[in-house]
Design a protein around this ligand. Structure first.
Ligand code: DC
Length: 217
C-alpha cells in the first residue's frame, strides 16, 4: 500500500505520517529529509548553490538512506545526519537543491525504490501524490493557517534546543511556501484526487484518526 501525504512546512504531515505508518505497519519515508541531506553535503563541500550541473553530479554520487528504528535515522554516505539536516542553514538553502530537475529525478527514483522494496509505505513531502506516486492508494493534502504552522515549527525548534521567534519562523515558512509552489518541477500543489485536511485547530490524534478513517473505511 502506498499512502501519499503532501503539504507545506508545519502542516503536521511529518508527525501524523509517522503515526499512521506505525499503526498500519508500513514504512515511513520522510522525503524532505533526503533533500536536506543532499543540501548538507552541498554546503559542506562549499559548492555553488546556483551550479545546477554540480548539484546533479553530487546527487548522483551521494548515498542517502533512511534506516534505524521506524526509519527515522537519516544517513548521508553512511554518516548519521538526522540532527545536522535540521539546522537553519540547511533549511534556508534546501530550495536551491530542490528546484533542480536532475536532482529531483535522482531523489524520486530513490524514494520509489525504498517504498517498493519495503512493500508499501507512507511517504510525506511536496510532490508525492503528483509525481512520485501518482497512483498511490491514498493521497492526502494537509494544510493549516500560517500562524498555526509557525507556532508548531517554533515549538519543534525550541524542543530541539534551537532559538526561534514566531514572527521570523512565519516569514521563513511563507518564503518556503512560495519557492515550493513556484518551482518548475515537483511543485507543491494539491492534486485533484487528494483528500484535503485543514489541520488548523486539530490535534495530532484528530488528524491521525481522520486519515485512518479513510484508509480503514
Ligand atoms: O519537509 P521538509 O520541510 O523537511 O522539507 C525540506 C525541503 O525539501 C522543503 O522546503 C522542500 C523540499 N522538499 C521537496 O522539494 N520535495 C519533497 N518531496 C520534500 C521536500
Amino acid at each position: 500500500m502506498i499512502i501519499a501525504v503532501d503539504g507545506p512546512a508545519g502542516s503536521g504531515k511529518s508527525t501524523v505520517s509517522k503515526i499512521v505508518a506505525k499503526r498500519l505497519a508500513l514504512l515511513y519515508i520522510d522525503t524532505g529529509a533526503m533533500y536536506r541531506a543532499l543540501t548538507l553535503r552541498v554546503i559542506r563541500q562549499g559548492l555553488d548553490l546556483e551550479d545546477e550541473n554540480a548539484l546533479v553530479s553530487l546527487a548522483k554520487c551521494t548515498k542517502i538512506g533512511l534506516e534505524g528504528k521506524d526509519n527515522l535515522c537519516v544517513l548521508l554516505d553512511g554518516e548519521d545526519v538526522s540532527l545536522a539536516i535540521r539546522t537553519p542553514d540547511v533549511t534556508a538553502n534546501v530550495k536551491y537543491v530542490a528546484r533542480v530537475p536532475g536532482v529531483r529525478h535522482e531523489m524520486v527514483a530513490l524514494q520509489r525504490a525504498i517504498a517498493n522494496k519495503g512493500g508499501g509505505a507512507v511517504l510525506e513531502g511536496r510532490d508525492i501524490g503528483t509525481v512520485v506516486f501518482p497512483n498511490a492508494d491514498y493521497k492526502f493534502y494537509l494544510d493549516a493557517s500560517p500562524e498555526e504552522r509557525a507556532k508548531r515549527r517554533c515549538k519543534e525548534l525550541i524542543e530541539s534546543g534551537q532559538t526561534a521567534s514566531e514572527t521570523v519562523v512565519k516569514e521563513d515558512i511563507l518564503k518556503r511556501d512560495d519557492s515550493d509552489m513556484k518551482r518548475n518541477v515537483g511543485a507543491l500543489k494539491k492534486c485533484d484526487d487528494a483528500i484535503f485536511i485543514d489541520t488548523t485547530g486539530l490535534s495530532i490524534d484528530g488528524v491521525t484518526e481522520k486519515i485512518l478513517s479513510y484508509i480503514c473505511a
